[in-house]
Structures are given as structure tokens and as C-alpha cells.
Ligand binder design. Structure first.
Ligand SMILES: [Zn+2]
Ligand SMILES: [Zn+2]
Length: 280
């Protein structure tokens, strides 16, 4: 399993020399393997980062694109994604219904002529996942599971396990831990611990010390506490606030690592190779 962080910025892309080190692109995570089996989670502007890093897909293996939810920072890269228009490729868009919206509904609106001139290709397909994840969705060597999280209008965390290596990752972005009920937190902890302990947790930590109630986000302190409770071997904090520049984030990362050495802030383009014994 290889994990690529295409974009780690939250809410809106940013572009400025003070934001080079962590990057300005919004959420997109790619999980793939050497054989070209690929899963993308979310289609923020970070899709542009992962696109040149994608290996050709297998002829019988379409690209699987999952969505956590449909806030615009998680969709904005989609119309510009070249494989979307490549006749050799097909994409399966999959997600549970979120806030009353299906993937077909959300993408249909985005790719409507009002917002984008190029038509949607009929070769692509949609899969509406059940809200409750029972059996995992199989995609090549990967098992995909999902779990609802507390966020304005809903959101889902995804877990991907690679069957032959035992590698595992969870992306839990856009969640408000401070307003989540005990049952919601317990469900997410359980999700991170089963079927076995988690290697890589990629989790949002948008705010520093104080999170505005109802805005749907968590502080990095809450994220670190959750990762500790979940027993994640590595933590990458993402959905970084658009006003936080490299100087601010470098100082924050030092504070984070003083409390949890195996935690880091995510960086645009970062590759997380899976290993049984990751460097702390
Ligand atoms: Zn977001
Ligand atoms: Zn959101």
C-alpha cells in the first residue's frame, strides 16, 4: 500500500509563497499498490497533485473514487481531472448517501453546464453505498469500510485494508470532535481498531486550541487525543486552516510532536509508504 496526500488544506485552496511547505491544495488522498490498483478519496484541488503520480490502471480495473461528503473544497478538483476524459479509463464514484445527497446527484450538479462546459462521460458509473457498512467493499486487493462522523450536513470516514500485507489506513476528515456524542466517538474509535490496529490515521485538526461550535472542525489537540485513544501507529493531521502559513504550522508541528512523537502535519505531495515498522 502506498498513500499519497494530494492536498492537506481545508475550506479553500491557497496560493502564496508563505504556504509552499505544507501546500495550498485541498483534500484528496490516493491509495494504490504496485500493480496499479487505485482508490482516490475526495476530489479537492489536490487531485492535480496526485494525477501525475498515478500509474496506469489495469484494463479490467476502473478507478474507484470515494467521497467523504460534498462540501466544495472536497469536489473542486474534479472537473479538471484528466483521467475523467480519457477514453481508456472509467471511474466508479461511490459513497453512502450524505445529507440527503447521492454521489450521482452531487457530481451531476457540479458537471452541469452552469458550472462546467465539458459533458460527463457515460462510461463512468455510480455506486450508492449503504449508510451502515456491513461487508466491506472490495476493490482489487483492498477492503473499503466507512463510518459516519459528526460534521455539518454529515460526512464519512473511510478505512482501507490491504488483504495480503495487512496494511491499514483511515481518513477521517471534516469532523467536529468537540460536539460529537460519546456514541459517535466510540463508533469512530471502534472503526479505527477493527478488524485490527490501525497503521496510518489521517485526520483533520483544522483549529488551534479553540474550535467554533457548529463549523464542523476539530482542534489538533482533540485530534492527537483521539489518535492516542485509537492506538494509531502514525498520525498525519490535515485540513489545515487556509490562514495558517508555513511559519505558524512549523511551530505547531513542534508542539504536536512534543506530545505525540509519531504525529506530523500532512504536506501536499507527501508519500506514506506502508511498513511494518514505521520510523517514529
Ligand atoms: Zn473540508
Ligand atoms: Zn466539510
Amino acid at each position: 500500500m502506498r498513500i499519497v496526500l494530494g492536498g492537506v488544506r481545508g475550506s479553500t485552496p491557497v496560493s502564496h509563497p508563505d504556504f509552499i511547505q505544507f501546500g495550498g491544495a485541498t483534500t484528496c488522498v490516493m491509495v494504490d499498490n504496485d500493480a496499479g490498483c487505485q482508490i482516490l478519496i475526495d476530489a479537492g484541488s489536490g487531485l492535480r497533485t496526485v494525477e501525475p503520480m498515478m500509474t496506469p490502471t489495469l484494463p479490467d480495473q476502473p478507478l474507484l473514487m470515494l467521497f467523504t461528503h460534498y462540501h466544495i473544497d472536497h469536489l473542486i478538483g474534479l472537473p479538471f481531472f484528466a483521467p475523467f476524459y480519457d477514453p481508456q479509463r472509467s471511474v466508479i464514484f461511490a459513497a453512502p448517501p450524505c445529507g440527503g445527497t447521492t454521489p450521482e446527484n452531487a457530481i451531476g450538479k457540479l458537471m452541469n453546464k452552469t458550472f462546467w462546459p465539458v459533458p460527463f462521460r457515460a462510461e463512468h458509473s455510480f455506486e450508492l453505498l449503504p449508510t451502515e457498512c456491513g461487508e466491506p467493499l472490495r476493490h482489487g486487493p483492498f477492503d473499503v469500510r466507512w463510518c459516519p462522523v459528526h460534521h455539518a450536513n454529515g460526512c464519512f470516514a473511510y478505512r482501507i485494508d490491504e488483504r495480503d500485507t495487512g496494511a491499514s489506513m483511515v481518513l477521517a476528515t471534516d469532523l467536529e470532535l468537540g460536539s460529537a456524542s460519546a456514541a459517535e466517538k466510540d463508533a469512530l474509535l471502534d472503526f479505527c481498531r477493527k478488524p485490527n490496529n490501525l497503521d496510518v490515521l489521517i485526520m483533520e485538526g483544522h483549529c488551534d486550541s479553540v474550535a467554533q461550535p457548529g463549523w464542523g472542525h476539530s482542534t489538533w489537540q482533540e485530534t492527537v487525543a483521539f489518535a492516542r485513544a485509537a492506538g494509531a501507529r502514525q498520525l498525519f493531521i490535515t485540513h489545515l486552516a487556509p490562514e495558517d502559513d508555513d511559519t505558524t504550522l512549523n511551530k505547531r508541528e513542534q508542539r504536536i510532536q512534543s506530545t505525540m512523537p509519531q504525529a506530523r502535519l500532512g504536506r501536499q505531495g507527501m508519500i506514506i509508504p506502508w511498513s511494518k515498522n514505521p520510523e517514529p
